[in-house]
Write a protein that binds this ligand. Structure first.
Ligand code: HGY
Ligand code: MN
Ligand code: MN
Length: 408
């Protein structure tokens, strides 16, 4: 009976566009950094839609939002979801697509009067992006029990804001929801990479996700006059930041395989044309599908930092902001995804996720896996992020039927 069910494509596309419009900037970036007023407005909008769809809305102590749909039994639920916080230059689909497709699946089940055996829970995890507060995937990591709540609440943003205070300020400091621990978790997400698009594929069954290492480096040298200071006397934090940035790129190239490396933040002080920088704050993002190789990459970075301190007479403090090992997802949940795609008559390919996702944290407490749809040109974390409407609808239908399959 349920195999005839199909989501309402126009309703899903309309809600995606409406949520994307919450704090959309002039260059069309979606900008809803975790726990800002913009994030609150996005949260309030989706909570309103959740209630309209008859979900019982619960908020936990790190601000994760859970929409609960009763099942025929009160057995542990099947959970789906993602995040609706964005990077500052976000697109319309990263995270939001998984949440709103999950909501659309629930509305479709409501309209069909279909009650799954297990309850369904739609989750919106706090601070998945980790841009304003680190680490990333923070809300799901706390929910999985591997980041103490107090540590998360005491995270401090560069602008000085304290996470726990921000959570209270926007009205999303809730209560314990650990009884919602799921039997299984499936997350629908855009690929954010080029593989499906380049292959002309439409669906991905994500079987694993690479390890992630984030460091912040504070490089301290000596400010001096750009014209009068001989090169031999300089302790130039700006130069060291540039050397480390080049090192990270060359390290990734040299290691090859799945190794990637990014220096995404470079802030110089005083950042003036005729002053040698006394301080540089940079971030280093290293990722690899193999944890041993990722450890090696981190060790090489540490050795290069030591060399910079010796050669250039600067001090460099390294602070780990995030470190998650590679994750293999659950073959049972993957099997349900593959079966549903086959029943719907669509090809699907197994693949690895280059991006971090809340699913990697849920995988620590229950069987979990992900569904990908193509990103045009592999563009993401960029307002040009785009996925074709027919792929958005197809992914949502695969999610709908996978939830039914897992919740029976
Ligand atoms: O960094 C990531 O992979 C994710 O977007 N937070
Ligand atoms: Mn995401
Ligand atoms: Mn993202």
């Amino acid at each position: 009976m349920t195999h005839k069910l199909s989501i309402n494509r126009e309703r899903l596309l309309g809600q995606l566009e409406q949520l994307a419009g919450v704090n959309r900037l002039a260059d069309r970036s979606c900008c809803r950094l975790a726990l800002t007023d913009a994030d609150r407005r996005g949260r309030d909008l989706v909570v309103h839609w959740m209630r309209e769809a008859g979900l019982e809305v619960r908020i936990d102590r790190i601000g994760n939002i859970f929409g609960v749909r009763a099942g025929q039994t009160s057995e542990p639920p099947v959970m789906t979801g993602s995040h609706i916080d964005t990077v500052a230059t976000g697109g319309a689909y990263d995270g939001c697509y998984g949440v709103l497709a999950g909501l659309e699946a629930i509305r479709t089940l409501n309209e069909a009067g279909h009650r799954t055996r297990r309850p369904l829970v739609l989750a919106i995890f706090t601070n998945e992006e980790g841009v304003r507060f680190q680490p990333d995937m923070m809300g799901s990591l706390v929910f999985a029990g591997d980041l103490p709540l107090e540590d998360a609440l005491s995270a401090r943003a560069e602008d000085g804001a304290l996470l726990g205070e921000e959570l209270k300020r926007i009205g999303y400091a809730g209560e314990d929801c650990s009884e919602l621990r799921p039997r299984a978790y499936v997350e629908l997400h855009i690929e954010q990479g080029p593989i499906l698009h380049e292959e002309g594929g439409t669906l991905g069954a994500v079987q694993d996700l690479q390890g992630i290492s984030w460091h912040e480096l504070i490089i301290t040298g000596t400010s001096n006059h750009a014209g009068t200071t001989p090169m031999r006397l300089r302790r130039d934090a700006g130069y060291c930041a540039a050397r480390i940035s080049v090192f990270v790129r060359e390290l990734a190239r040299r290691m090859g395989g799945s190794q990637v490396g990014t220096v995404g933040v470079t802030r110089l002080v005083p950042n003036l044309v005729n002053v040698i920088a006394r301080e540089a704050r940079i971030t280093v993002d290293l990722r690899n599908t193999d944890d041993g190789l990722l450890n090696e990459a981190e060790e090489e970075l540490r050795r290069f930092v030591e060399l910079m301190m010796r050669e250039e007479g600067v001090t460099i403090e390294m602070r780990q902001l995030a470190r998650t090992p590679p994750v293999r997802f659950d073959e049972g949940v993957l099997g349900a995804i593959l079966k549903v795609a086959g029943t719907l008559g669509h090809d699907i390919r197994r693949m690895t996720s280059g991006a971090g996702h809340d699913a990697q944290m849920l995988a620590r407490i229950c069987p979990a896996a992900m569904i990908f749809v193509p990103s045009v040109g592999g563009i993401s974390h960029n307002p040009r992020e785009h996925t074709e409407p027919e792929h958005l609808a197809l992914g949502a239908n695969v999610l709908l039927h996978t939830l039914v399959e897992l919740a029976q």
